[in-house]
Design a binder for this molecule. Sequence first.
Ligand code: SF4
Length: 181
Amino acid sequence: MLVACILSLRTQDTTTGPAAARLFAVADTPAAMLRLPAQRIETLIYPVGFYRTKARVIRGICRDLIDKFHGRVPDEIDLLMTLKGVGRKTANLVVTEAFAKPGICVDTHVHRISNRWGLVKTATPDRTEIALREVLPRRHWLEYNGILVAFGQTICHPTSPWCSRCKIADLCPRIGVVRSR
Ligand code: SF4
C-alpha cells in the first residue's frame, strides 16, 4: 500500500495499477526491493510520473523500514512521516487503507470540495486534513476520501463544476467557484 501510494502520486490510476503489479511481481518485501538496482525499479515502474525519483524514494523507504522498523511498515501517521518521501496524504492513506485505523486522506479533490462547502477554510491539503479532524464526525473519516474523489471526478470538477446537475446544490455555498456549468 505504501509503495503503491508513492507510485500513484501525480499519476493516473490506470498507469499506477499495472506498474505496481510489475514491481511487486519481482519484489514484494523491503529486502527484496533493496536487492533491485534503482535502474531496474525505474524500468519496472515506467511510465509513472517522476519514475526516476520514485525509484530512489522507494529504495530509501525500504532501507529505512529495515533499519528503523524491523522491515515492517509502521501503522502511525507520525512514524510514517519520518520516512523520506512520505507526506500526510500518503501516511493517512496507509493507516486507513492498510491498517483500518482512523485517518482522513486528503487529496486535491477532498481539499477543493471541503473548501467549496465551507466545511474548512484552508490553503493546503495538509491544513485541510488537520481542520477536518475538528469538524468531521469520526464515523465518516474512512469513507470521506472515496466519496469526494468520485464526486470531484464526475460532478464537482476543479475548473468548472456541474452545479446544474448537483444533487446538493441547494446546500452548497459554492465558495470560490467562479465558473460553473
Ligand atoms: S453545487 Fe457546485 S460547487 Fe457545490 S458541491 Fe455541487 S458541483 Fe460542487
